[in-house]
Design a protein around this ligand. Structure first.
Ligand code: PGA
Length: 234
């Protein structure tokens, strides 16, 4: 079970130091990935968890002001990187072309991409969730079977991110099966699928226990160290 903590654009340096103190009290039995803000990546090396990045440049190196390359991330000990998060797609015009380049850069540099996909509220209402997800997964057509095998998918219904509204457990189970079957049928590979969207203390165990789930991607709750301490010691 992979638990990915996405801090997004939160915490200052002094808060990060406090956070790290609190982290020492966690009794982590799961495989943990921590994705702090890019500015703090180098402060997070530790053998008890893996380091994840929230973003990566589409390019290998050179003139890309403000961006960080996969090679630079690798040199910082980064093992995982989020790609195609709905906030990146929406606020940073991250389209399929960019996502494809990012996936390539990460795979070239031995960083495991966590590719986020999810349907909008409108798509859910129109009952076209599977179609929307299948279409987002088409990006995988550009990669070899060996490369697809190294990608993790995070299913994050867009309407569930940061809203406190979550899908029913059965719905997630059905979507995760659909994603796994679709990838197995198309490319003959078994991949890991995570769920993300409004995970909190009261639903954490339910989502974690979904029959076919391989992990969770946690946003808001990842900032609440006391709550995490309780969850991780369960
Ligand atoms: P949330 O965020 O847990 O705050 O809904 C999840 C995410 O954006 O990955």
């Amino acid at each position: 079970m992979l638990i990915v903590l996405n801090h997004k654009m939160n915490l200052t340096l002094s808060e990060i130091k406090q956070y790290q103190k609190q982290m020492r009290k966690w009794k982590i039995t799961e495989e943990l990935v921590i994705c702090p803000s890019m500015a703090y990546l180098s402060l997070f090396e530790n053998s008890r968890y893996h380091l994840g990045s929230q973003n990566v440049s589409c390019y290998e190196n050179g003139s890309d002001t403000g961006e960080v390359s996969a090679k630079q991330l690798q040199s910082l000990g980064v093992h995982y990187c989020l790609v195609g998060h709905s906030e990146r797609r929406k606020f940073h015009q991250e389209d399929d072309n960019k996502i494809k380049e990012k996936l390539s850069q990460l795979l070239e540099n031995d960083i495991t991409p966590i590719l986020c996909i999810g349907e909008t509220q409108e798509e859910k209402k129109a009952k076209v969730t599977n179609k929307a997800l299948e279409s987002q997964l088409e990006i995988l057509n550009s990669f070899s079977k060996e490369k697809i095998e190294r990608i993790i998918i995070a299913y994050e219904p867009i309407w569930a991110i940061g809203t406190g509204i979550v899908p029913a457990i059965e719905e997630v189970e059905q979507v995760v099966s659909m994603i796994k079957t679709s990838i197995q049928d198309r490319y003959q590979v078994a991949i890991k699928v995570l769920y993300g969207g409004s995970i909190d203390t009261e639903n954490y165990t339910r989502f974690k226990n979904i029959r076919n789930i391989d992990g969770l991607l946690i946003g808001g709750l990842s900032l609440k160290t006391e709550k995490l301490k309780q969850l991780f010691s369960k």
